[in-house]
Design a protein around this ligand. Structure first.
Ligand SMILES: Nc1nc2c(ncn2[C@@H]2O[C@H](COP(=O)(O)OP(=O)(O)OP(=O)(O)O)[C@@H](O)[C@H]2O)c(=O)[nH]1
Ligand SMILES: [Mg+2]
Length: 295
């Protein structure tokens, strides 16, 4: 059987997490239209009869502005070095620029087998694809390129087979019922962050961390979840809460529904908003909020 790990690498907002979720067949990573949604390396595991692929979703390659984003870039870099193959995700809809070619070449030349997923083809003119693939080949990037749409499920099965073919022979790394290396508690915090990313303007969610303080399952199958939304400025706290708490109530209820779907039980959710000035530049706070270098 083929078995191994695959780093999912690409620019921020390229569609990496969406693609991992579609390949794995379950939501293992949150998704949003804002860049820098993913902050941690998240494994999504796909097990078939003849192969097991452990996809390591990574934070998108983007500008570094603080200690948190620097850590995110490092996570992507180290993950790419520790895997059997790289799945480079390119947003076809965003066009192919010089820096895209340079980035792809850099990973292609690292020596790790690589495949390119040319994604979001459902929202771009198809006739552009061959010329762009040719430009890549002319530049020396000769990895196989798979035009796909994660949203429409186009060409996903073929991409999956091609990835499996790159992996070494070996025993599966995970039991077949495992789809992620992350806990339910982690996913619950991420679902809260996803709804914040969707509801608020971007400087707010980028400065937010979610800390789950209570995660209990009662005998009747219901969950008690208490969490803190930590933001970095007082005025952000006011925006998060909104007039008479209306904004917070709405975003919490939105998150609670998703948590119930994910956990398969009723959720009682309590949410507090806290301020920790500039936590994204303070190593000890980052660690407390779940952002430390991956072992
Ligand atoms: N139309 C279309 N949109 C897509 C597709 N794949 C992803 N998207 C959208 O692209 C946006 C970014 O998707 P993500 O999966 O969060 O991207 P990412 O690369 O993980 O982003 P970061 O974690 O920030 O690096 C979201 O709004 C997705 O819905 C696709 O195949 N087609
Ligand atoms: Mg992501």
């Amino acid at each position: 059987m083929k078995s191994g790990t695959v780093a999912v690498i690409g620019k921020a907002n390229a569609g990496k997490s969406t693609l991992v979720n579609v390949l794995v067949g379950e939501k293992v990573a949150i998704v949003s239209p804002k860049p820098q949604t993913t902050r941690n390396r998240i494994l999504g595991v796909l097990t078939r009869e003849n192969y097991q692929i452990a996809f390591a979703d990574t934070p998108g390659l983007y500008r570094q502005r603080n200690a948190l984003t620097a850590l995110m870039m490092k996570t992507a870099e180290t993950t790419a070095k520790e895997v059997d193959a790289i799945l480079y995700v390119h947003d076809g809809h965003a066009g192919l620029r010089e820096d895209d070619i340079a980035l792809m070449l850099r990973y292609f030349r690292s020596g790790t087998p690589m495949i390119v997923a040319y994604t979001k083809i459902d929202i771009m003119p198809k006739e552009k694809i061959p010329a762009e693939i040719k430009a890549l080949y002319d530049a020396g990037m000769t990895a196989d390129v798979y035009p796909v749409s994660a949203r429409k499920g186009q060409n996903i099965a073929r991409l999956e087979e091609a990835i499996a073919a790159l992996l070494p022979e070996g025993e599966p790394l995970f039991p077949e019922n495992v789809v992620s290396d992350r806990s339910e508690k982690f996913m619950v915090a991420e679902l809260m962050r996803e709804k914040i990313l969707l509801k608020y303007e971007k400087e707010i969610p980028h400065g937010v961390a979610v800390v789950v303080n209570t995660f209990e399952r009662h005998e009747n199958g219901a969950y008690q979840i208490d969490l803190d939304i930590v933001c970095e400025k007082k005025n952000h706290k006011a925006i998060l809460i909104g007039k008479q708490g209306a904004a917070l109530k709405e975003v919490a209820s939105f998150a609670r529904k998703d948590m119930e779907k994910f956990l398969g039980g009723k959720v009682f959710l309590t949410v507090y908003v806290k301020v920790r000035e500039d936590w994204r530049d303070k190593g000890s706070l980052m660690k407390e909020f779940g952002y430390a270098p991956e072992e």
